[in-house]
Design a protein around this ligand. Structure first.
Ligand code: UDP
Ligand code: MG
Length: 324
């Protein structure tokens, strides 16, 4: 009987120093697994020598494949590309920096094959080595997200996971441009098991996320998976109408009872400023959704491949092929 295949998607953006360490560590654990293994490295438009390193690795090891983007499209796009190209019966997604321990791979595989889980995710139980302020905002984000989207997004969950083919196909049926994987993985359902591990610091290179990048990513995530901000905007409008009504009644009664001394323009100015501020804020929320619709309707590709040594339908070519 033909052995089943496990595709391991590895995301690499400026990871020239980590790649060799990664493959050595991963091979240690996958060598004895009862399944064929292929690595699909996604080079997300790195500006260092990641591509050259990958090419060298693919020449030495015929289980190593690469997809190299024409520019940096972001980790979400890289994951999508990996899933599109992977042809394995099982697919795992990992970071190249060894923060996702390959030591968990055999256990993930066992859980899927023996215990009938469809997907095994991983979650770190601490945030060791992370700045406290970042941990604080991360926790806040998970709380807001879970309240707003009615979806269970697990705090500390990583993108590191292994899944069956049917889960991959489900994710591929969500070709949205505004990709927020944690939401997508939660949305599709299926039987999922979480493995917990302690945070590991990256082996080499630098973290790619600045605080602002993370903040924008978090806001995009909320917009992608919840329309509650729109409801909040409408409710704010209603509340302000109600307050205005009360104020009108108050002023009419006051004028009738005490006469009409003209006063209070500073307070009026403040109120106008305040209310127009709220209006702009609500229009801004609308604008955010509108801009996402705009991007989606353009229907642009999620990523563009520059070079790869793997073809999309899974027939491998040894020669490098370039997208025309
Ligand atoms: N990454 C990517 N494209 C990007 C940013 C990051 O493919 O635009 C990859 C990166 O090479 C790494 C993984 O995504 O393998 C996670 O990035 P990082 O280690 O910076 O973040 P963290 O581990 O904190 O999630
Ligand atoms: Mg990392």
């Amino acid at each position: 009987m033909k052995k089943e295949l496990l595709s391991i998607i590895v995301l690499a953006y400026n990871e020239e120093q980590a790649l060799q360490l990664f493959i050595e560590e991963a091979e240690k654990y996958t060598r004895d697994m009862p399944v064929d293994v292929e690595y699909i490295f996604v080079n997300d438009g790195s500006s260092d020598d990641t591509f050259a390193v990958l090419e060298g690795m693919s020449r030495q090891n015929d289980r190593v494949f690469y997809i190299s983007f024409s520019r940096n499209f972001g980790k979400e796009a890289a994951m999508y590309a990996g899933l599109e190209y992977a042809r394995g019966d099982y697919v795992a997604i990992m970071d190249a920096d060894l923060q996702d321990p390959p030591a968990l791979l055999p256990e993930m595989y066992r859980l899927i094959v023996e215990e009938q889980y469809d997907c095994v995710g991983s979650r770190r139980i601490d945030r060791k080595g992370e700045p406290p302020i970042r941990s604080f905002f991360a926790r806040l984000f998970y709380r807001i997200m879970n309240n707003l989207s009615q979806m269970d997004i697990v705090d500390g969950s990583r993108d590191f996971q292994m899944m069956k083919r049917k889960v991959v196909d489900a994710i591929l049926r969500m070709p949205e441009r505004n990709r927020f994987s944690k939401g997508i993985f939660g949305w599709i359902g299926f039987r999922k098991k979480w493995l917990e591990y302690e945070n590991v610091e990256r082996v080499a290179g630098e973290m790619k996320w600045s605080f602002w990048k993370l903040l924008i990513y978090a806001l995009d995530g909320i917009i992608a998976f919840s329309t509650i901000p729109l409801v909040i905007a409408s409710l704010t409008g209603l509340v302000f109408c109600f307050i205005a009504l009360m104020m009108i009644i108050f002023i009419i009664v006051k004028t009738l009872v005490f006469g009409d001394p003209t006063s209070g323009w500073p307070s009026l100015a403040c109120i106008i400023m305040f209310v127009s501020g709220i209006q702009l804020f609500c229009v801004g929320i609308l604008g955010q959704y509108l801009s996402k619709i705009y991007i989606e309707t353009k229907n642009r590709p999620i990523y563009l491949v520059d070079e790869t040594n793997i073809t999309r339908d899974g027939r491998y070519e040894k020669a490098v092929h370039t997208l025309q």
